[in-house]
Structure formats: structure tokens, C-alpha cells
Write a protein that binds this ligand. Structure first.
Ligand code: FAD
Ligand code: DLZ
Length: 508
């Protein structure tokens, strides 16, 4: 008989029958799971994230025990400093030939694991919850100067036969329905109310623990809204497919006063910690389209996010780690202003995005990219500080997905590896996409003066600052010409005003 292995399951690896659990035998292979200080504190995680992970871990532990596994579980109150210490403790309680763990999703922890020394070997195995492998992505990326999600996505569509016709052409004759997915929000539809999952005794205990141990972290736990088991997360996803998916594509890029999530799915956190399976979600959405429950543009828009973007950013992360995190091509070093931690700004769109981020640990993509990220890009905020902020505040934040999105997509700090042009926009974009401007004291039609939307002067000043670099980028020509066409005195006034704004909003 094979000698038992001790299986270490991390807080974002909560998938039964995948990874290290594939050939684990109940009654033979002990499992260790641990709530530890180092993982809970390496950034000031949102309280919702810690609560989600601890409660989901405890529920997962119970489900494994129901299946006959022996689970050694350390609660936060046991006071273990690190995962390494947890494994050392567990090894004292069992006789095993090896320790086995799925590779963690953050380079920081992977390199630490590789240094661990036990009396038995540590086996690291690949994370099999993704639809592409790191090796397959590297092969696709090799020899390409720029990595474009769209081409990777087409390969993935063919490979997984998602939204494909029998003759290998894309369903509906197009790979991408993005042009139909950009409608701005004018309160045209009623937004369905989201159901809240039940909160049981385990979750209540964890919520109290998180309030007690992490009182200064962001997050309003009075409004805890997350599922903590695979079954409940699947129910949330089914609710999305039924009630929100039909409008998902149309309002994917919209910004709404009325709702923090509009028609978005709210599933990234469940996918990232293993409560939901990416391929199953994509197939469910394809089926909804095939059954006539949503338009193709909605299904394609959703599947592209998971099969395309999610897999793509993971590939970029592992292809470039750990050096990627050090990049700062636009030399952005302005300190992160303190109001990023309380949302105290009178720019309405930014305030709404920051407050819901801090309170709930959630903002949808356009808020992260075009509201908060856009401000950070235009203001030249310090890249590492912004990346650390994003890693801390969102419930779904793990470095493999957070870093390429923040450093690459939002801050353009990777010199264009991820995106062919910076996602820089003026107040006009924000006005077009939603209804925040109506509630705002600033006017998106003005560029200088006390009523001018700050995004406007900051946008032009950003182009001005990086004129030389962007002159070589064909996709920036139009924007640069618009800046260069302005009379000299107007350009001077904009430069001056942007400088004053930055000195007050984000002092150096
Ligand atoms: P939906 O809009 O309903 O999209 C469906 C799913 O597609 C998401 O759940 C997610 O799994 C996937 N997805 C969509 N866009 C992306 C993307 N760009 N990269 C990876 N997956 C994507 N996502 C995270 O999971 N964790 C992060 O830490 C994170 N940080 C981000 C930081 C910035 C600056 C930006 C611009 C984006 C970030 N994203 C991150 C991507 C995206 O914003 C979130 O996945 C999404 O907002 C989660 O909400 P949702 O589940 O309602 O998504
Ligand atoms: C995010 C997180 C937190 C807050 N706490 C724990 C923990 O106590 N124990 C654990 O196993 N995992 C935790 N995690 C998730 C890990 O940080 C995650 O596995 C790594 O960041 C790699 O993605």
C-alpha cells in the first residue's frame, strides 16, 4: 500500500476532487488546513476577504471530514505564525512519506514554500483549476513582443469548443461582440435585487473573529454578502444566469449611481478560491444562450472575461513573475493619497467606487479600471503602492490576477506588454458611461477652474508628460494631436491647473 501523504490545502484551493485531492484516499491521507498570521496580514486585506476565506475553509474542512478524511485544522486563535509552522505541527501528529500541495497562486508564497525544510519531501503539483496551463500559455506567448488577449482567446475558444460552430468558425460569425457591449447607464432597466446567502453559526463565529482581530482593516461586515460553500456559490451563479446575464453584455461597461454591481456576476471571489469552476460557469452560460435565455453578445461577453481575460492574466503573471512587479515604465512615484483608504473625495464617481470597494471589497471592472485605475494612472501614483492597495481592498484579490490587471492594464507600467495603449480617459468617458456626473459638483465639460472635472486636466497633463513616449504609439496619435492642436496659452493653463490639483489631491 502507498504510504500516506500529508496534503496541505491553502485558503484559495477549496475545490474537491482537484489538485492534491485527486488521488487522495480518505482514511489514509491526512489533510492540513490552517488560518495563519502571515497569510492574514501580508497586506491589510478587506475584512470580507478574510471572513470569506476563513469561513469557506471551515466549511470545506467539514465537508472533507464528512467524506471520511482526517483533517488537522488550525484556527486563527491557535496562534500559528505561518503555513510552514502549521505543516511542522501537523507532521508531529501523523506518519507520512511526503507533504503534497498545489502550487500557490502568488509568487511570494511559492518561493517561500520552495525553501521549506521538513523531514519528508514536499511535492508541489500544478494547479489544475484553470482552462490553460502555464506551459501552454508560455508556448503561445513565446516570440511575441506584445501579448494580446484577443488572439489567445480565439485559441482558447477553439480548444475548448466554446461558442463554436461545427466548422470551427465562431458562433454568430464573430469572435467578439464588444461593440454591442458599451452602453452607458441612464437607469434604462430595473436592476434585480440580489439574494443573500444564509449566514450560519460558522460564518457568524468567523465574522466576530475578524472584527476582533482585524479592527482597522477596511470592510463593513454588517453587510457581509458572500457565499461560503460551493453549493451556495453555485446558487448565486445560477441566480446571475437567470436574472442578470441577459443584460450583462449591454451594461458591462456602465457606471451606475443606483448599484455597486449592476448586472455583473460577482463570482470572481468564488472562482479564485475554488468554490466555483471556471469551465462549468462558461458551459452554463453557453447553454443559457443555446436555450434562448440570453443573446449571444451577452454569453460571448461573459465567456470572454473568464476564458479570455482570466486565463490570459494568469499566463502573463507566471510568464513574467517576479520581475513584473518591479516595472514602472511611466516612472509613477506620487504617494497614494490617504483618501484611498476612506473614500473622502468629492469626485462622485471616484467616491462611489472607493466607498463600495472599502465597505464591500467589490467594484466592477470599469470602476477598477476607468475610475480608480484611471485616476491613479493620470495622477502618476506610485505603482507599487497602488498595486498593494488593490491587493488589499478586494475580496477576489490574489496577486496572479491582481498584478497584471493593475500594473499592466490600469497603470500601463509594463511598457505595453498587456495593452497596446494606456486606458487613460477624461471626464467625458465617465459621463458617457453612467449617471454619476449628475450628482457631482464637478462638470465634465470644463477643464480648468473650480467646477472642472479633475479627470480632464489630469488627462491632458498625462498626455503632455508622456508625449515623447506615446509619439511612437499609433493608437495614441489622435489623442496626442488633440492635445497638440490646443493653443499654447490653453495648454499652459491646463498644465498649471493640473499641477495645482495634484498638489492638493495627491501631494508629494
Ligand atoms: P464580471 O464582470 O461578472 O466578469 C465575470 C468574470 O470574468 C469575473 O468574475 C472574473 O473571474 C473574470 N474577469 C473579468 N475581467 C477579468 C480580468 N480583467 N482579469 C481576470 N478575470 C477577469 N479580478 C480578480 O479576480 N481579482 C483581482 O484582484 C482583480 N483586480 C483587478 C484590478 C484592476 C485594476 C482591474 C482593472 C481589474 C481587476 N480584476 C480582478 C478583474 C475584474 O475587474 C474582476 O474580475 C471583476 O470586476 C470581478 O467582478 P465580477 O465577478 O462581478 O465580474
Ligand atoms: C488570503 C488568505 C488569508 C487571508 N488567509 C489564509 C490563511 O490563513 N490560510 C491559508 O491557507 N490561506 C489564506 N489565504 C490565501 C493565501 O494567501 C493564498 O493561498 C496565497 O495568497 C496564494 O494565492
Amino acid at each position: 500500500m502507498t504510504k500516506p501523504r500529508l496534503i496541505l490545502i491553502l485558503g484559495d484551493q477549496l475545490t474537491a476532487d482537484r489538485g492534491a485531492l485527486v488521488d487522495a484516499v480518505p482514511g489514509r491521507d491526512p489533510i492540513v488546513m490552517a488560518e495563519v498570521h502571515s497569510e492574514a496580514t501580508y497586506v491589510a486585506h478587506n475584512k470580507h476577504k478574510i471572513a470569506l476565506i476563513f469561513s469557506a475553509m471551515r466549511h470545506f474542512r467539514d465537508a472533507l471530514r464528512d467524506r471520511g478524511f482526517g483533517v488537522i485544522y488550525f484556527e486563527y486563535s491557535d496562534g500559528l505564525p505561518s503555513l510552514e509552522a502549521a505543516v511542522q505541527e501537523a507532521l508531529k501528529q501523523c506518519d507520512v512519506a511526503a507533504v503534497r500541495c498545489v502550487e500557490p497562486g502568488e509568487h511570494r508564497l511559492l518561493s517561500s514554500l520552495r525553501q521549506w525544510q521538513f523531514d519528508v519531501p514536499l511535492e508541489l503539483i500544478a494547479d489544475d483549476r484553470f482552462m490553460s496551463t502555464r506551459e501552454a500559455f508560455n508556448t503561445w506567448a513565446s516570440g511575441r513582443k506584445q501579448l494580446r488577449m484577443e488572439y489567445f482567446y480565439r485559441v482558447m475558444r477553439k480548444q475548448h469548443r466554446l461558442l463554436m460552430e461545427a466548422d470551427d468558425t465562431p458562433a454568430g460569425g464573430q469572435w467578439n461582440f464588444d461593440a454591442e457591449n458599451r452602453r452607458g447607464w441612464r437607469a434604462q432597466e430595473s436592476i434585480p435585487e440580489r439574494p443573500l446567502p444564509d449566514t450560519d453559526a460558522i460564518t457568524r463565529e468567523v465574522l466576530a473573529l475578524v472584527e476582533r482581530e482585524f479592527p482597522d482593516n477596511p470592510g463593513d461586515l454588517q453587510r457581509f454578502y458572500l457565499a461560503v460553500t460551493g453549493e451556495d456559490a453555485a446558487a448565486m451563479f445560477e441566480w446571475f444566469v437567470e436574472h442578470a446575464l441577459p443584460h450583462f453584455g449591454t451594461y458591462q461597461d456602465a457606471l451606475a449611481e443606483e448599484s455597486p454591481w449592476l448586472f455583473h456576476s460577482l463570482v470572481s471571489m468564488y472562482l479564485n478560491i475554488g468554490l466555483l469552476d471556471a469551465e462549468t460557469c462558461c458551459r452554463q452560460v453557453e447553454q443559457a444562450w443555446r436555450d434562448g435565455r440570453c443573446e449571444l453578445a451577452a454569453a460571448e461577453g461573459f465567456i470572454r472575461q473568464i476564458l479570455g481575460w482570466r486565463e490570459f492574466v494568469r499566463g502573463v503573471y507566471w510568464l513574467t513573475a517576479p520581475e513584473y512587479a518591479q516595472q514602472n515604465t511611466l516612472a509613477a512615484t506620487r504617494p497614494l493619497p490617504p483618501w484611498f483608504w476612506d473614500g473622502d473625495t468629492d469626485m462622485r464617481c471616484l467616491q462611489a467606487a472607493l466607498v463600495q470597494t472599502l465597505d464591500l471589497g467589490y467594484a466592477h471592472h470599469i470602476q477598477r479600471l476607468m475610475v480608480i485605475g484611471n485616476f491613479a494612472l493620470l495622477a502618476g501614483l506610485d505603482v507599487s503602492a497602488v498595486c498593494e492597495w488593490y491587493l488589499a481592498v478586494y475580496v477576489d484579490a490574489f496577486e496572479w490576477v491582481e498584478l497584471p490587471n493593475t500594473l499592466g492594464m490600469a497603470l500601463h507600467a509594463d511598457g505595453g506588454l498587456m495593452a497596446s495603449k494606456p486606458y487613460a480617459a477624461s471626464g467625458k468617458y465617465i459621463q458617457r458611461q453612467g449617471n454619476h456626473c449628475k450628482q457631482c459638483r464637478y462638470n465634465p465639460r470644463e477643464t480648468t477652474g473650480a467646477r472642472a472635472c479633475p479627470y480632464n486636466s489630469l488627462y491632458w497633463a498625462f498626455l503632455d508628460r508622456h508625449e515623447e513616449r506615446f509619439a511612437r504609439n499609433p493608437r495614441m496619435q489622435l489623442a496626442l494631436r488633440n492635445w497638440q492642436r490646443k493653443p499654447d496659452d490653453e495648454r499652459d493653463a491646463i498644465r498649471r491647473y493640473a499641477g495645482q490639483l495634484l498638489a492638493t489631491m495627491a501631494p508629494e
